[in-house]
Design a protein around this ligand. Structure first.
Ligand SMILES: C[S@@+](CC[C@H](N)C(=O)[O-])C[C@H]1O[C@@H](n2cnc3c(N)ncnc32)[C@H](O)[C@@H]1O
Length: 252
């Protein structure tokens, strides 16, 4: 069963947006990675974070997502072609798209190999993703503290599948290039409020009592700390669609 983002559709852009400068570096890189006018499937299009700027730059973008409320946000911004569909059963012909873009999707799909098989099937050229390395960022430090608290209380916080970020360990990409470094202050209290209200999907399955205690531990640990630093590196990674198809058939 796919995790429904309907519940956080209203908060998604506020909590996941990139600063303007970083976003434009990402969209520039996506534009250079694909020939002008190419057809692009944005799998797990969400609120159209990438679909809208790509559409505005002349790409023929189609978005697919299971969440009607996320796609309603995308439609309200002007994203034109949206299909309610599971990435594991895409309603498109073989190689219907020149490229598929998949960002922050695969880790949410329990049948992730099936998702890759479908993406491989509908894509002629390449699967493209944007991944973020947060190892030196306070966001990751706070995440590790929260996960540690839950772990000590007997609950392992984890995604149902490897994400686009982990996929390179299983299927080495054909290319990986650094897009941008994001450095900015982190509003600690605001982030902890988002933890408390379970804005991040990895918190959705944590039992209420454990979640409450883990957030209380975080608040105690970061008492008096208003600001830390976001320090992230963003990368563009690409896999040839035929390699994605082969991997999905024969993961090794
Ligand atoms: C973290 S959001 C990312 C949205 C967008 N790619 C972005 O980066 O802004 C994940 C999106 O994937 C969608 N999703 C989750 N499971 C899915 C599935 N099995 N098939 C299609 N979409 C799915 C969610 O509804 C959500 O809109």
């Amino acid at each position: 069963m796919a995790k429904s983002f309907d519940r956080i559709a209203d908060k998604f852009d506020e909590t996941r947006s990139l600063p303007e400068e970083t976003m434009s570096a990402v969209v520039d890189a996506l534009e250079w990675a694909m020939p002008q006018g190419a057809t692009v499937l944005d799998a797990g299009v969400g609120t159209g974070r990438f679909a809208l700027p790509l559409q505005n730059r002349g790409f023929e973008v189609v978005g697919a997502d299971v969440s009607t409320r996320m796609m309603a946000k995308a439609a309200a911004k002007g994203v034109r072609d949206l299909f309610r569909s599971d990435v594991c059963a895409l309603p498109f012909k073989d190689q219907a798209f020149d490229y598929t873009l998949s960002v922050h999707l695969i880790h949410l799909v329990p049948q992730w190999r099936c998702a890759l098989a479908e993406i491989g099937r509908v894509t002629r050229n390449e699967l493209i993703s944007v991944i973020t390395d947060r190892r030196n960022s306070a966001t990751e430090e706070i995440r590790t503290v929260y996960r540690g608290s839950c772990g000590r209380m007997g609950f392992e916080v984890k995604h149902v599948a490897p994400g686009e970020r982990e996929l390179p360990e299983l299927l080495p990409p054909d290319s990986k290039s650094k897009l941008a470094v994001r450095k900015e202050p982190l509003d600690v209290r605001k982030l902890l409020d988002h933890y408390e209200t379970r804005t991040l999907s990895e918190h959705w399955d944590v039992p209420e009592d454990i979640h409450r205690r883990a957030v209380a531990e975080l608040r105690e640990r970061y008492k008096g700390v208003d600001e830390l630093s976001i320090n992230e590196e963003l990368f563009l990674i690409k896999w040839r669609a035929d390699r994605v198809r082969e991997f999905a058939r024969n993961p090794g």
